[in-house]
Design a protein around this ligand. Structure first.
Ligand SMILES: NS(=O)(=O)c1ccc(C(=O)NCc2cccc(F)c2F)cc1
Ligand SMILES: [Zn+2]
Length: 259
């Protein structure tokens, strides 16, 4: 049977058939309405400490492009923010659109951005990512919006590696990459309890969405769209519109770390 994807035959509207949690109480992404968020003075600043030597490889997994990190030590961690304890960076990846008017998963008062970066961390109170992914406080994902503007040199380092990973299930080594160079200058954020935005859609994610975006040029967006969903030897299918639309809030509160 065909696995999940983003086409009409296997996309977000079909995921509930194999993953009933798709209609659960804390699904992601969501539309963030700033006027309906609550400032919480108890929220701490984000502390992201990333060691570039933990970056391993860059992978086209058929759903997105992902940079994977060594997570056998506390070298690259997230602390502070809305979470307690220490979470280790496992990977980061992106979601983007077929055109610059869509592509992000979270939206802000209905506004879609052309792309969204997800930095995925797991709670070290659990023995592994896989274990953490099934716990309500197991994962923390930092989301950063990409907005059309100037060329982003830090992003370009990633894009330059795309030629070797055009097809599904291809990867190349990608060492000494510091993901903190992709973070916005201001780390004000919104936070809420949610889920993975792709199957298995597990409701184990504390979402931390940055208010400030980073820039991406139209040409750089074109580079993302040159990747393929399809594997070598298959009919080429450009990787784009790999985003899940916003899901019902179902009574959840979204808190802001800023006034
Ligand atoms: N877009 S996102 O940031 O919400 C997101 C982050 C990670 C994953 C993931 O790791 N999937 C594979 C997976 C899922 C569960 C357990 C696993 F071990 C595992 F590898 C999926 C979506
Ligand atoms: Zn994601």
């Amino acid at each position: 049977s065909h696995g999940w994807g983003y086409a009409a035959t296997n996309g977000p509207d079909k995921w509930g058939e194999n993953f009933p949690i798709a209609n659960g109480p804390r699904q992601s992404p969501i539309d963030i309405v700033p006027g309906e968020t609550a400032f919480d003075a108890a929220l701490k600043a984000l502390t992201l400490k990333y060691d570039p030597s933990t970056s391993i490889d860059i992978l086209n997994n058929g759903h997105s492009v992902q940079v994977t990190f060594a997570d056998d030590t506390d070298s690259s961690t997230l602390t502070g923010g809305p979470i307690s304890g220490k979470y280790r960076l496992k990977q980061f990846h992106f979601h983007w659109g077929a055109s610059d008017d869509k592509g992000s998963e979270h939206t802000v008062a209905g506004t879609k951005y052309p792309a969204e970066l997800h930095l995925v961390h797991w709670n070290t109170k659990y023995p592994s990512f896989g274990d953490a992914a099934s716990q309500g406080d197991g994962l923390a994902v930092v989301g950063v919006f990409l907005e059309i503007g100037a060329d982003n040199p830090q992003l370009q380092k990633l894009l330059d590696a795309f030629d070797g990973i055009k097809a599904k299930s291809t990867q190349t080594s990608f060492a000494n990459y510091d993901p903190s160079t992709l973070l916005p200058g201001c780390l004000d954020y919104w936070t809420y309890d949610g889920s993975l935005t792709t199957p298995p859609l597990l409701e184990s994610v504390t979402w931390i969405v940055c208010k400030e975006s980073i820039s991406v040029s139209p040409a750089q967006m074109g580079k993302f769209r040159s990747l393929l969903f399809s594997g070598d030897g298959e009919a080429p299918c450009c990787m784009m519109d790999n985003y899940r639309p916003p899901q019902p809030l179902k009574g959840r509160k979204v808190r802001a770390s800023f006034k």
